[in-house]
Design a protein around this ligand. Structure first.
Ligand code: IMP
Length: 203
């Protein structure tokens, strides 16, 4: 069976991928489970570039007898009133080890005085799928929202407590995992990639 390897150590992402991609009929593994141990520097300037850098580097490191597609993602938050910061630096914003309570409070403080209609923001997720013979496909998914005035909700991770969805009157940290996956940037990018794999890469 052809393998679908996802370059992540994040169990939450793997669970979501297994839920969305499960019906492709491929074996889904993390890079670690596939025996690939590679640290790749994310030095691209766009989400798409970073996803391609990671997926291509891991695909090039595949054992020659392994029939597999390697997928990688890169994601983050773009705040329009802050020139799309933190963007590709979302994980590294204020330092990788700084808590999200502090990062979220800092973003809310930086938006002090910004009226609700200018607090627009989005989560973006780019996914790349690469093969050993150099084929690369990419997809991108987004979810639009607004930066709230305070943290709300206990679910999710990262910037979820300040990412408010006006249509649902909740932050993404107030959605169940199923509700979030159904509309999220990563869910959308994964669903688009599933169709690409189905029609182009799955032999
Ligand atoms: P990466 O794609 O794993 O490098 O993560 C990028 C960073 O973007 C995460 O560490 C979070 O700070 C942020 N981020 C990406 N997606 C989400 C989301 O769904 N909710 C909250 N924060 C997110």
């Amino acid at each position: 069976m052809k393998k679908l390897i996802f370059a992540t150590g994040n169990q939450g992402k793997l669970r979501e991928i297994r839920e969305i991609m499960g019906d492709l009929g491929m074996e889904i593994l993390s890079t670690k489970e596939a025996g690939i141990d590679l640290s790749v520097e994310e030095n691209g300037t766009t989400f798409r570039e970073n996803a391609v850098i990671k997926a291509s580097a891991c695909a090039a490191a595949l054992p020659s007898d392994m029939d597999a597609i390697v997928m990688a993602d890169d994601s983050g938050l773009e705040v329009d009133a802050l020139n799309k910061e933190p963007g590709v630096y979302s994980a590294r914003y204020m330092g990788e080890d700084t808590s999200y309570r502090i990062k979220n409070r800092n973003l809310v403080e930086r938006l002090e005085g910004v009226p609700v209609e200018k607090r627009t923001a989005r989560f973006v997720c780019a996914i790349a799928a690469a093969t050993k013979d150099g084929q690369v496909f990419t997809t991108e998914g987004t979810i639009e929202g607004k930066i709230g005035y305070e943290e709300r909700g206990e679910n999710g991770f990262g910037y979820d407590p300040i990412f408010y969805l006006p249509d649902m009157s909740r932050t993404t940290a107030e959605l169940s995992p199923e509700e979030k996956n159904a509309i999220s940037h990563r869910g959308n990018a994964l669903r688009a990639m599933k169709e690409i794999i189905r029609s182009n890469l799955k032999k």
